[in-house]
Ligand binder design. Structure first.
Ligand code: ZN
Length: 420
């Protein structure tokens, strides 16, 4: 059992959240904002202070560290190299500047008021899992910014786990790699990372939310565009001449089933999502995405869109309707299932902390999905933060502690299992 040192993970977390690291959409450069280097540089210094000799900060703002195994060279060879990842940026959806973390000591249930924003409360009605943390300390922002628990709770958990392993040589581990990434929130978290040169066997992002969460599934994804050509003329003399692209577009939209849309689906249900359109009589355009956890069901969705576009083309023979559609990413489960121990060991690591495992499927893409398809199978483990990308974000200190323990348990399980 790992000893609890509550102050350490909290101290680190409070230090990291006050550093402004908001990333930015639609930027060509990596990192999208230079300010992410501010946290990166601090992490490099802290890693060096911990005695981690091999630390680099790349010009694209990746902090990459290697912690050598503390096993004998012979045993060390048998134990896989594990990489832990967390992202340093926070979501551009809410301000992450001048974050003033507040600590609710010994939470006793009920609403949490946010001191800087009297209109906002964090309520157990909205997030029932708050009630699991009665008696724990809970960190929030002051209600004027997000907190940044996504993903600085993950950064703090990894750093604290390393500090404990350094301080206690009885905690045996193989070679560990740590990567702190920029720009995850704007979809470019691993664009600037050379995955091969990491030389890791398996990865874990510490970027899941609720305490106990373990995720190995993402959607299968496709998306595309439908372009409709109409024909405009004087509306007073348009009989049998005008082709109104707006009406054709309306016909097309009717075919995206409303009972399979983002606003009507949850958990493991997939969806069709038309999300942007423009239209005039002369031309119309529709952008859409398709999502499903099951690859065959995604294929069915793709076929359906192809079929109804075709049917509508038949109906409006004098218009031209062009469909372009392509697959964008695949469920990472297909890669992770090839190495079942990656999930089994993570489950055991969570269970050993005395909490139940919550297996979830991520209704979106993650860096882990891209890593998994670039040769590093990477499920996602909780960091404990809740209400991501919101001024109502909160992190129970207990949940961060359990995340730290999970990381330490996990590296030890890899040692145990490979020596048996
Ligand atoms: Zn995140």
């Amino acid at each position: 059992m790992v000893s609890l040192m509550p102050s350490k993970v909290l101290e680190r977390f409070l230090r990291y959240v006050t550093i402004h690291t908001t990333s930015k959409e639609d930027e060509e450069s990596i990192p999208s904002t230079k300010r992410q280097f501010d946290l990166a540089k601090i992490l490099v210094e802290e890693l060096k202070d911990l005695g981690v000799a091999e630390v680099t900060l790349t010009d694209k703002c990746y902090v990459i560290a290697r912690i050598p195994s503390n096993l004998s060279p012979e045993t060390s060879k048998k134990v896989p190299v594990i990489c832990f990842l967390a992202h340093m940026d926070t979501s551009p959806e809410e301000s992450g500047e001048n974050v003033k973390p507040q600590i609710v000591k010994n939470y006793q249930g009920g609403d949490i008021k946010l001191s800087g924003n009297p209109n906002l409360i964090i309520s157990p009605q909205e997030t029932p899992s708050l009630l699991k943390f009665i008696g724990s300390d809970i960190v929030t922002s002051d209600g004027t910014t997000l907190l940044g628990g996504d993903n600085k709770a993950g950064v703090a958990a990894i750093m604290t786990a390393l500090a404990r392993m350094k301080a206690d040589p009885s905690l045996k581990h193989g070679t560990i790699k740590v990567v702190f990434t920029p720009d995850e929130e704007v979809g470019h978290g691993i664009d600037g990372l050379d995955v091969d040169s990491l030389k890791a066997d398996f990865g874990y992002t510490i970027d899941g939310d609720e305490m106990g969460v373990l995720e190995s599934e993402t959607f299968n994804a496709a998306g595309g565009e439908i372009q409709i050509a109409g024909f405009n003329c004087h509306p007073g003399y348009a009989k049998d001449k005008m082709i109104n692209a707006i009406r054709i577009l309306a016909d097309i939209i009717q075919n995206f089933p409303i009972n399979e849309s983002p606003e009507t689906t949850e958990n493991r249900e997939g969806y069709y999502h038309p999300y942007e359109s423009s239209a005039s009589v002369n031309k119309a355009k529709l952008k859409f995405i398709l999502r499903d956890f099951d690859y065959d069901k995604l294929k069915i969705k793709i076929n359906k869109v192809e079929e109804f576009t075709n049917d509508i083309q038949q109906k409006y023979k004098h218009s031209t309707i062009e469909l372009s559609l392509k697959e964008s990413y695949k469920n990472m489960r297909y890669k992770i299932d090839e190495v079942p121990n990656v999930m089994l060991y993570a489950e055991e690591a969570i269970q050993r902390t005395g909490i139940p495992v919550i297996k979830k499927a991520i209704r979106g893409g993650t860096d882990g999905a891209r890593l998994s398809y670039r040769g590093l199978p990477t499920p996602n483990i909780f960091c404990g933060a809740m209400n991501f990308h919101s001024k109502k974000e909160y992190v129970p200190v207990l949940a961060m502690e359990k995340s730290v323990e999970t990381i330490i348990n996990l590296v030890q399980i890899y040692v145990e299992k490979n020596l048996e």
